[in-house]
Design a protein around this ligand. Sequence first.
Ligand SMILES: Nc1nc2c(c(=O)[nH]1)N[C@H]1C(S)=C(S)[C@@H](COP(=O)(O)OP(=O)(O)OC[C@H]3O[C@@H](n4cnc5c(N)ncnc54)[C@H](O)[C@@H]3O)O[C@H]1N2
Ligand code: MOO
Length: 638
Amino acid sequence: MDSALSCREHLPREEALQILRDRFAPLPARPVPLEQASGEVLAEEVVGARNVPHYPAAAVDGYALASEDTAQASPARPVLLSRDRFCWVNTGGAVPPSCDAVVMVEDTSEGPDGLVVVRATPRGQNVRPVGEDVLAGQVLARPGDPVTPALQALLLCAGVREIPALPKPRVLFIPTGDEILSVEEWFRSGATPPPGTVVESNSLLLRGLFRGWGMDLHVHPLVPDDPVQIRQALDEGAESYDVVLLGAGSAKGKRDHSASVLREGGGLLFRWLLMKPGRPAMGGAWKGKPVLVLPGFPMSTAVVAWGLVHPFLEHLASSSVPSGEELCSSLGCGEPQECRLLVPLSSAQGMEDWVRLKCARIRDQVVAWPLSTGASSLFALAECDALGVLPRETLELPKGSPLSFYTLKRMDLDRTVLFQGSDDPAFQRLASRVRLRGAQVAIRTVGSLGGLAALARGEAHLAACHLLDPQTGIYNDSFLAQFDPQRQWWRRRLYYREQGLIVPSGNPLGLRTIRDLAARGIRLANRQPGAGTRVLLDHLLGREGIPPAGLEGYDIQCVSHMEAANRVASGQADVTLGIRAAAEALGLDFISLAVEPFEIVGPREFEGHPALEALMSCLEDPAWRLQIEALGGYRWSL
Ligand SMILES: Nc1nc2c(c(=O)[nH]1)N[C@H]1C(S)=C(S)[C@@H](COP(=O)(O)OP(=O)(O)OC[C@H]3O[C@@H](n4cnc5c(N)ncnc54)[C@H](O)[C@@H]3O)O[C@H]1N2
Ligand code: MOO
């Protein structure tokens, strides 16, 4: 036990990193046999042990000879050499010491009297002298150089048997948690695993990150929230590994033991980082080996891996990442780039805030919007294109603020259009088809009205419209006239879709019409303001003279058809208004109330955009049409 350690709390990530760097020295270089050294990085310079070539070598097939014997030779006055004045050499063969040049066989003819040479062959011609390529003692490669195939071959020729490689820290990840199921248990648990259980997904995530860094990660079998077993696993880790990563148990739960185990058994160096997510991360020592605790939520694990674990491993491995470029190295991207925020962003005060971003480019401006901020959201982590790392002093970033971002995925913004608008499963499938044509539709679900307003502000290439005008009973026309008074947008109808009541299978409450929503005790799930489906609901209720305020659940704002239908499927609501496809996807019953045209619209200025052209060509794709028909409730004409 290292009682001399004092624990720093509430500290910036960089300070935590510095504490680790000060406390744990880089690992020694590793000798690696040359044949196995592919992909390694040199820890020291390497000098040649032998000359290459180590003998004077013929560069052509021909005759080795003394250059002075051919000094007068020319096609007009060939020279005849007697048999003791030349000898045959193949390309690469040794030139005898008595010879200093090689004449190409094409410039000679050998006859019974000797060799006829038609060209003067100056000293050294066609001879590769000793050490021409490499001289013994010559510096061949320097620290930090990657061992490429060419370097490997060169070092072999230069007589180098093994190389000093940068150390590769051996790292063990110990997942912990009583609630965590192994992958086998997860799939064995059926379609609905018991509440409170979570699959052990962090090691899959971490392994992938390590692979991207060119490092291996070993994973310990799952350990329950039991201090004795956690200590035992740490003992095993410290015995055989250079670094131990302890998963979860980092916050204040009754089953969170990481801090107390470390504090009592090894030493806690720091705890509570000024970053979000990842705040409960901690660092310590166990039997002299570094231990880092990764908070359990996936995004927290990833952020701590990027921001702390990888830079620390690079320190242990003595890799020379220039200061300030640590995150680019961890994230595997180039210099941060700049975008403008499509929406305001508020950052937690005093915290370095890691934000998952989606990006698009409109005209010449790269724009970005944040995805979910929840540390538990894996979808946001998988879906985002980029990360914004907001410095601790950032508070409010108004809409339009510049923001620098690190790319996580290759983005082809020339071939990406930004769609803002309604949620629609068929349109989602269309976006997948567009991918197959090498282009992308970035989708931001903001409802029909939100999409039209975004188009009007020049913040999207494309929006959707399925809005019923209660006054006229006509879809879309009046809304487009309002948002595009100058008529500068094109419009195209994609399909019609059925809207209706989505109720549990078998319709246990016997709901039939919109009037039934007003019955006592009926729990509704509604959509967000601005969603076309909510506009339709309001219209249908209004027609029947039903005041929305009286409906239980009218204030519930689901942002997609699937979210609303899932509320019904899970028993949280008795009914929602939505499309037939959402009901069918979840095996729910559907009572059809309306058929609406689903149109897409966009400014003419973007016509010809490659992603828009790809989208238009997908509309004719029979495979997509079949896929849409199978969703249920979509049709091509009224
Ligand atoms: N009262 C407080 N509660 C929490 C605080 C706090 O300061 N006070 N901090 C929150 C923050 S921030 C985070 S982050 C989490 C950290 O949680 P722990 O590290 O203690 O981890 P658990 O509570 O055990 O698990 C959290 C979450 O992650 C899931 N998990 C854990 N391991 C894995 C794994 N290997 N693979 C996938 N998912 C995993 C776990 O099941 C939980 O759902 O604490 C907050 N609470
Ligand atoms: O800091 Mo926690 O890691 O936000 O979710």
